[in-house]
Design a protein around this ligand. Structure first.
Ligand code: PMP
Length: 278
């Protein structure tokens, strides 16, 4: 935290931190495999973009963050899981107006253990429901304003499924914490980048890796009918990688089993990722 290492139970921040009072903070989640970071460079670049969008003081260097992360992974003996980083605007008297205040940002970095390579959901697939997208309109900025996503995820679990897909005016945006892809008539499609969705790092890596394997992924608007008539559907995220979806709103996707194309895409993603761990 802010350049110092603490035991989990000893780390604390001010109640006047704007991250706490206003969700005035941004974050990144990077997967860790074999003690190494996945797509760290890309995650750092997005963190810088998020900070700049919100005009949070930004004197951060990629190498400094990298060294802290590597030290944390080592000290916590983390082999598989994630490394989380959050940067808030800083601590100030509560005031909606933050203009003209160059606050010192609060930086918190921690690790969490999580099974990624052997996550059973990547073999069995997951069940999802569609829900209205009730978030603010700058979803392209990775802020900690995650209440709508948290409610959507919890609602899905309460309904006995795994996750929610956020839909706006009949158009598919993304999962509660993932990007969405569909496969129809052999064509892979994903919603185009816009302010309506987060530009996922896993999404962009996958688009690139597929291109390298001569597999085209079309970025376009996808509506609910496209989704419901897909043969295969999958979600991508930093710690879920490529998760097949086998049921949507109680109806099977294709024959209700994990499809061959998504299995191939999982393989391509893993092969490429393993070659660029840092
Ligand atoms: N969309 C949303 C809303 C998310 O929260 C996430 C994960 N944080 C993603 C997409 C996937 O992004 P990434 O691949 O960078 O984890």
């Amino acid at each position: 935290m802010n350049g110092e290492f603490f035991l989990k139970k000893e780390a604390s921040i001010s109640v006047f931190d704007r991250g706490f009072l206003f969700s005035d903070s941004v974050y990144e989640v990077c997967a860790v495999i074999g003690g190494k970071l996945v797509d760290w460079h890309e995650h750092f670049a997005r963190l810088m973009r998020s900070l700049d969008h919100l005009d949070i003081v930004n004197n951060f260097q990629e190498q400094d963050f990298y060294q802290v992360k590597k030290k944390l992974i080592k000290e916590n003996q983390l082999t598989e899981g994630l490394c989380y980083v959050q940067v808030s605007r800083g601590v100030a008297e509560r005031d909606f107006n933050f203009a003209k205040k160059s606050l010192l940002p609060t930086v918190v970095i921690f690790t969490q253990e999580k099974s990624i390579l052997n996550n059973p959901a990547s073999k069995s697939g997951i069940k999802i429901i569609t829900v209205p997208d009730e978030r603010w309109q700058r979803r392209d900025i990775k802020t900690t304003q995650l209440l709508a996503q948290s409610l959507a995820k919890t609602y899905a679990i309460q309904k006995g499924v795994d996750d929610s897909l956020l839909v706006q005016d009949g158009i598919i945006n993304e999962g509660s914490s993932s990007n969405a892809f569909i496969i129809r008539d052999g064509r892979i499609m994903t919603p185009s980048l816009s302010k309506a969705i987060l530009g996922g790092i896993t999404r962009s890596s996958l688009v690139k890796f597929c291109q390298m394997n001569n597999i085209e992924i079309r970025e376009q608007k996808i509506n609910i009918d496209d989704l419901m008539s897909s043969q295969e559907v999958f979600l991508t995220s930093a710690t879920g990688f490529v998760l097949p979806v086998v049921e949507i709103d109680g109806r099977n996707v294709g024959n209700g089993l994990v499809g061959d194309m998504v299995k191939e895409i999982q393989r391509i993603y893993l092969d490429h990722i393993k070659a660029k761990l840092s």
